[in-house]
Design a protein around this ligand. Structure first.
Ligand SMILES: C=CC1=C(C)c2cc3[nH]c(cc4nc(cc5[nH]c(cc1n2)c(C)c5CCC(=O)O)C(CCC(=O)O)=C4C)c(C)c3C=C
Ligand SMILES: [Fe+2]
Length: 422
């Protein structure tokens, strides 16, 4: 079968819009671009479409126990940027940079214009802007802070299918920017880059996107560039073990915890640039595509039955006795149930960097996984995926980074102050 198998979906997309288009517009408290947390919120109370006027005015607090941009609903535009400290820059210069960055991030997230701002985002509100800062393993040697290096920042193992580009991997410092407006997001990126001048130079930079708030008739889990609903079974803040899975415990909360004190309230981000072999993928029939993931493409329901939110039944068999969700289906291989409970909060952006020389789209997923400990989250799951799930044939891991993202700053503090001045 060919691509044409997918045609009925085009029809059903229009039908879906007309069926649910009559929902009232009462507004929601936060930009609803789908994704883990938006979806969790949507589960608690069905939401009406995002009124366009709410997109600009939605503000995410800069201060708090955790940095913004981790449990924030996924935004429409994302920039990831990594820096290396220039030679001669050490702890003192890094501290000054984090102080500058924090001041600017707070101002921009509040919708203010910092001094000497270029004016790119004039007229726009905060648009759910978040700016999130992290430290790579190499930062600790460069700043002579080796004693503060978390064991969780141990290099990720080499996976056999990795094709990683060193120049687009790792880095001393990492910044994730997300916003529901492209100019607001770029303005923040430009500020971050300009303020680093003289202290840190750009090592790599990547741009991503997601659904725009209001694009769907109701808040929905976002789709990736393979067309799948992606993010359904993310850990939810309403679940009892959510914080334990995603965040480093606060002081004294967990005796014997490995992470240093300065990481209390923080999280570890695994970043992978994963190119999708979209020409190969789009040639597959709908049936084949659904078997690869173990979920229906149209609505994300597991192939064991039910709707998107129904838990996949990994034991269920079809009439011919074969498993309803194939042995190598992505959702079976990655499920916490088959990984000793290993889980992570996936909060990706899609990317598209034009077309390659062979004509194929240079496009895929900026996969970002948040967890309290990558050795208990990403690593065991990726080890299993690396042995070959059905999806592996259609993707290539091309860049990788692991970053320690400290807790959110208290009022008057800058991000990372507890590390840099501790
Ligand atoms: C090591 C972790 C993972 C990588 C790398 C990864 C890549 C990847 N995934 C998709 C698409 C989907 N993934 C889905 C579920 C899912 N994926 C992971 C982990 C990795 N994925 C987990 C832990 C889960 C949840 C499993 C579960 O609890 O059932 C899904 C299904 C919908 C959902 O739950 O989000 C899709 C679709 C792509 C395209 C991709 C690389 C490009
Ligand atoms: Fe996945």
């Amino acid at each position: 079968m060919t691509q044409h198998d997918n045609e009925p979906q085009r029809v059903s997309r229009r039908r879906l819009v007309s069926q649910v288009g009559a929902v009232g517009a009462t507004g929601i408290a936060h930009g609803a671009t789908g994704g883990a947390v938006a979806q969790a919120t949507a589960q608690q109370a069905p939401k009406a479409p995002t009124p366009l006027t709410s997109v600009g005015s939605t503000r995410v607090p800069f201060h708090g126990t955790h940095q913004a941009g981790i449990t924030t609903p996924v935004q429409a535009f994302g920039h990831l940027i990594a820096f290396d400290l220039v030679s001669g820059a050490g702890r003192k210069q890094a501290a000054a940079l984090l102080r500058r960055w924090s001041t600017t991030a707070r101002e921009l997230m509040e919708g203010e214009s910092p001094a000497r701002n270029t004016g790119i985002a004039l007229d726009a509100g905060p648009c759910s802007l978040t700016v999130t800062f992290g430290f790579g393993r190499s930062f600790f040697a460069r700043t002579k802070l080796g004693k503060q290096l978390p064991t969780e920042l141990a290099p990720l193992p080499d996976f056999s299918n990795d094709a990683l580009e060193k120049g687009r991997s790792e880095g001393d410092l990492w910044v994730q920017i997300g916003a529901d407006d492209g100019l607001v997001a770029f303005d923040a990126l430009r500020e971050v880059q300009r303020q680093a001048e003289g202290t840190a130079r750009v090592r790599w930079q990547m741009n991503g996107f997601n659904r725009t708030p209001g694009a769907t008739p109701r808040p929905m889990t976002t789709r990736n560039l393979m067309g799948q609903i992606d993010g359904t079974r993310n850990p939810k803040p309403s679940e009892a073990d959510f914080a334990e899975r995603v965040f480093v415990p606060g002081s004294g909360a967990k005796p014997g915890a490995a992470s240093p004190e300065w990481m209390a309230g923080g999280s570890y981000a695994v970043v992978r640039r994963i190119r999708m072999l979209l020409d190969d993928w789009d040639e597959r029939s709908l049936t084949e595509q659904e078997k690869v993931i173990g979920r229906r493409k149209s609505d994300g329901a597991p192939l064991s039955g039910g709707s998107e939110k129904t838990e996949p039944d990994l034991e269920k068999r079809g009439p011919d006795g074969s498993p309803a969700i194939a042995a190598d289906a992505h959702v079976r291989v990655t499920a916490p149930e088959t990984n000793g409970g290993a889980a992570m909060l996936r909060r990706p952006f899609s990317y598209h960097d034009g077309f390659r020389d062979d004509g194929a789209p240079d496009a895929g997923l900026l996969f970002i996984a948040w967890q309290a400990d990558p050795q208990r989250g990403f690593v065991p799951v990726q080890r299993k995926l690396d042995r070959g799930d059905a999806l592996s044939r259609f993707i290539r891991h091309e860049a990788s980074g692991l970053f320690a993202v400290p807790g959110g700053p208290a009022k008057g503090e800058y991000v990372g102050q507890r590390l840099l001045e501790g």
